[in-house]
Design a protein around this ligand. Structure first.
Ligand SMILES: [Zn+2]
Ligand SMILES: [Zn+2]
Length: 345
């Protein structure tokens, strides 16, 4: 079968990016009792996928890649009996499997499980996950949209971390796939003002389509002045940083209101330190700063919530697996919201 692989590692000495390629590999087999073999329909690129080429993940070439997908069950292991899954079911899944037994798993913090099984190999024609990682797609959600469920789960958790109350004002820093999903969620969660801050014009357009009231270009507009005007001078009740850009991360502090919350959930540059004036932001303004790592516990609810979402405007381009080099280049350009592989093409 065809699969997308890291074919050459990042070279630290020369700071040369790794390479991605489409290769023939063995079709995966049912190995564990509870394995589910899935014929992948669509697999989307994650904003963090290009980090593989920058050496930020502990995997060495050749390494098969991808974690956002939708597909159809082709075969079930004999022990995959707990979720009433059937061959032919339309499914998606969570690539990150936790142990269920450790301190973190038993205390609603599965994301910190020290014994995870990671299986990020979904940009391929077939893919195997354990039954506990597989979710049936609601009937009204089509397969192409369903590949977005994993990033959507991140959006759901980011909203919950932001703790928005009805009528509050929210700003989303970054109009990538997840930022735009948050805009739509914030609208349905009852925010009175939803603002997306995004330098790319086409993404600002999608932001407005997705339910944002205003989309600000931080390069050509004065972000602080516009934010003050939009919030009667109070600043935003919540700011969610969804761009991963460190400059943008800093501007969140300038637009959050007194008593407000900032959620930083992106994968930032490992060496970056946010300058934070504790007197001003934590003492004087009582800002709450929250982080976030994965969205294990909201995954099932995110699947259910998909029936209320319109995520199709996010899908900018569809590629065959053979076109993976181009797809990764396009992802790195920052011009697109979500890029998707049609895995059977
Ligand atoms: Zn992802
Ligand atoms: Zn655990």
């Amino acid at each position: 079968m065809k699969a997308v692989l890291l074919v050459k590692d990042y070279d630290k000495e020369t700071n040369t990016l790794g390479e991605i390629g489409c290769r023939e590999v063995d079709k995966p087999q049912i190995v564990h009792d509870d394995d589910v073999l899935i014929k992948v329909a669509y697999a989307s690129l994650c904003g963090s996928d290009p980090n593989l080429l920058k050496g930020l993940f502990p995997f060495k070439a050749p390494f098969q890649w991808g974690h956002e997908f939708s597909g159809i069950i082709e075969e079930l292991g004999p022990g995959a009996t707990k979720k009433d899954l059937k061959v032919g079911d339309r499914v998606t899944g969570n690539f990150y499997k936790t142990c269920g037994a450790c301190h973190y798993c038993r205390n609603m913090m599965e994301q910190f499980c020290p014994y995870p099984e990671e299986n990020p190999k979904a940009q391929a024609q077939y893919f195997v996950l354990r039954e506990s990682q597989v979710y049936v797609i609601p009937e009204s959600v089509d397969l192409m949209d369903a590949t977005l469920i994993e990033p959507f789960a991140i959006a759901v958790r980011a909203m919950e971390r932001a703790d928005i109350k009805i009528g509050q004002r929210i700003a989303i820093s970054g109009g990538g796939g997840i930022g735009l999903m948050i805009a739509q969620l914030a609208r349905s969660a009852g925010a009175s003002t939803v603002v997306v801050v995004e330098p790319v014009e086409s993404k600002r357009q999608i932001a407005l389509e997705m339910g944002a009231d205003v989309a600000i270009d931080p390069f050509s507009e004065n972000l602080v002045e516009r934010s003050e005007a939009l919030t009667k001078g109070y600043g935003f009740d919540a700011v969610i940083e969804a761009s991963g850009n460190t400059k943008a991360a800093e501007s969140c502090l300038e637009i959050v209101g007194k008593g407000g919350t900032i959620v930083y959930f992106s994968m930032y540059d490992m060496d970056y330190n946010l300058p934070l004036n504790l007197f001003n932001y934590c003492y004087h303004k009582e800002i709450t700063i929250k982080g976030m790592f994965l969205a294990q516990l909201v995954f099932e609810r995110a699947v259910e919530m998909m029936v209320r979402m319109n995520l199709r405007p996010l899908i900018s381009k569809v590629y065959s697996l053979d076109e993976c080099k181009q797809a990764y280049e396009d992802q790195m350009s920052g011009q697109y919201a979500k890029l998707v592989f049609d895995c059977q093409k």
